[in-house]
Design a protein around this ligand. Structure first.
Ligand code: BES
Ligand code: ZN
Ligand code: ZN
Length: 506
């Protein structure tokens, strides 16, 4: 398939920028520069003032992700110089350089460039950490190069598409730090792409059993332990929530566990269990959804795919922590075997739940997985789920909702998200919202009315986490997109993969 053949090799070199020998050299420039910055003067001289001229004519303004291609000849080996805007130097964010890197990588691909030189970071404040810069650039190009084209026949015979990207930095001390970040960035973005690649695949290809097989093959490839519980085993374990939601489809449910030991553990439990909702298609079930945009419900497996993707990177980075990924997977369909409104379900925890809407299925599979996670006595549980439409309404497409019972964990995840450029917004939950989830005829019900729909869903989950520090990330609004971004094409975004990796590496 096209994307598998699209390899990106990223290295760092201390070669002089005027001597770079690829097909294109990209320079990052700030918005509002009046003249050629000192760092690029020698190059500009060799180019016969091509950069100076375009700045003078104001044909290139340096707005974030703005590009201009200069076709150059003569005194430099390179044929194209690509200028890319970094935006204003005041208020510069790490994500700007990740975006600029993605922009350039995508443009270079259109131009069939196979060797691309990057000089994006040279003008940045001296107080920017070179390691983080190397990481962000690597992430931008690797994530930027991924597009879901597996089913576009015209693109499937492309066997090449390899790109060799060289980050140019002349100072030896910086090279070492940037290279450390580069390595981390390449692995993290590849983990993000692994999540996106499976999440983009449609419901006729990915169902709970095929997702489990994919998790097993990825685990073998990356050196993770993988255990899959099938429907019979889930029945023996009394995972009533997962079984109820899964019973309407001929594709039977699975609970997938991926494990990275990472250290010779002294304490018994894992350092972290990351749980991801994987509803391979959410039709709503008997409480059927409207048809408009229902195709997007193939992305209801986003949380689980993020867990799968981030676990591949946890293994590659050899993070010295014991991390378990847990992915409950079902297909939510209406049929004569489906669970129904009115059913009362006994969950794995022993708590009973009155079903009032079969479309509130995510919490019904997560509750079993969370209780299972809690029994491992981990220090931290984090779950990732496309859980509520209410979160889309509350936060729009710009933030994921963050719910937690632990202030330190909130702080750490927010700090990680600052670095990853995947914004999180802390939302309320707890006691008052839990009241809305109480049933008159069971311990809980599975919907709590329209007010605070994301907060009541989180409150429901909080009943199943035992004593662990816990965070729930509702990615309903950010897990997939119709709008391409500089380092992220349309479709599955892999949102949370790099944030959780950032958190786990801390
Ligand atoms: N998978 C949906 C949530 C969702 C909605 C994700 C839109 C992405 C975009 C979830 O299973 C669901 O249907 N939730 C219901 C809950 C309601 C019945 C309480 C919802 O949000 O409408
Ligand atoms: Zn649903
Ligand atoms: Zn759902």
């Amino acid at each position: 398939m096209a994307n598998q053949a699209k390899t990106t090799n990223v290295t760092i070199s201390s070669d002089n920028i005027s001597k770079y020998k690829g097909e294109a050299l990209a320079l990052g420039l700030f918005q509002g520069a009046k003249s050629v910055p000192a760092e690029f003067k020698a190059l500009d001289k060799a180019l016969g003032s091509a950069i100076g001229n375009i700045i003078q004519l104001k044909d290139f303004k340096g707005k974030l992700n703005e590009t201009s291609i200069l076709y150059v000849s003569g005194k430099v080996p390179v044929k194209r110089v690509i200028l890319v805007g970094l935006g204003k130097s005041r208020g510069f964010k790490l994500d700007n350089i990740r975006q600029a890197a993605g922009t350039v990588a995508r443009l270079a691909e259109k131009l069939s460039v196979q060797r691309l030189g990057l000089v994006l970071h040279t003008l940045l404040d001296k107080d920017q950490d070179p390691q983080l810069l190397g990481q962000a650039i690597a992430e931008g190009v690797v994530a930027g190069r991924y597009d879901y084209q597996d089913h576009v026949s015209a693109n499937n015979d492309k066997t090449g598409g390899a790109m060799k990207i060289t980050i140019l930095e002349s100072q030896a001390s910086k090279v070492v730090k940037m290279n450390k970040g580069r390595r981390i960035g390449v692995i993290q973005a590849a983990g993000q792409n692994n999540a996106r690649a499976v999440n983009n695949r449609p419901g006729n290809e990915i169902n709970p059993p095929s997702l489990a097989r994919h998790a097993q093959s990825m685990s073998r490839k990356y050196g993770l332990k993988c255990k899959v519980f099938n429907d019979k085993q889930l029945a023996e374990m009394k995972m009533g929530g997962i079984l109820a939601v899964g019973q309407g489809s001929s594709s039977k449910p699975r609970l997938i566990m991926m494990e990275h030991k990472g250290r010779v553990g002294k304490s018994k439990g894992p350092d972290a269990v990351i749980v991801g909702k994987a509803v391979t298609f959410d039709s709503g079930g008997i409480s059927l959804k409207p048809s408009l945009n229902m195709e997007a419900m193939k992305f209801d497996k986003s949380g689980g795919c993020s867990v799968l993707g981030l676990m591949t990177a946890v293994a590659q980075l050899k993070i010295p922590r014991h991390v378990v990924g847990l992915i409950p997977s079902v297909e939510n369909l209406p049929s004569h075997t489906s669970y129904r409104p009115g059913d009362i379900i006994k969950t794995y925890s022993g708590k009973t739940v009155e079903i009032q809407n079969t479309d509130a299925e995510g919490r019904m599979i997560l509750c079993d997985a969370l209780s299972y996670a809690a029994r491992m006595k981990p220090k931290v549980i984090i779950d990732i789920a496309t859980l509520t439409g209410a979160c889309v309404i509350a936060l729009g497409e710009h933030h994921a909702g963050l719910f937690s019972n632990n202030d330190k964990l909130i702080e750490k995840l927010k700090a990680a998200s600052e670095i990853s450029g995947e914004p999180l917004w802390h939302m309320p939950s707890g006691e008052p919202y839990l009241d809305q989830m109480k049933s008159k005829i069971a311990d809980l019900k599975n919907i709590g009315g329209r007010p605070g729909g994301s907060c009541t869903a989180a409150a429901f989950l909080s009943e199943f986490i035992g004593a662990a520090a816990w965070a729930h990330i509702d990615v309903a609004a950010v897990a997939d997109t119709e709008k391409a971004k500089p380092y992220r094409g349309i479709g599955a975004t892999g949102f949370t993969v790099r944030t959780i990796l950032e958190y786990l590496r801390q």
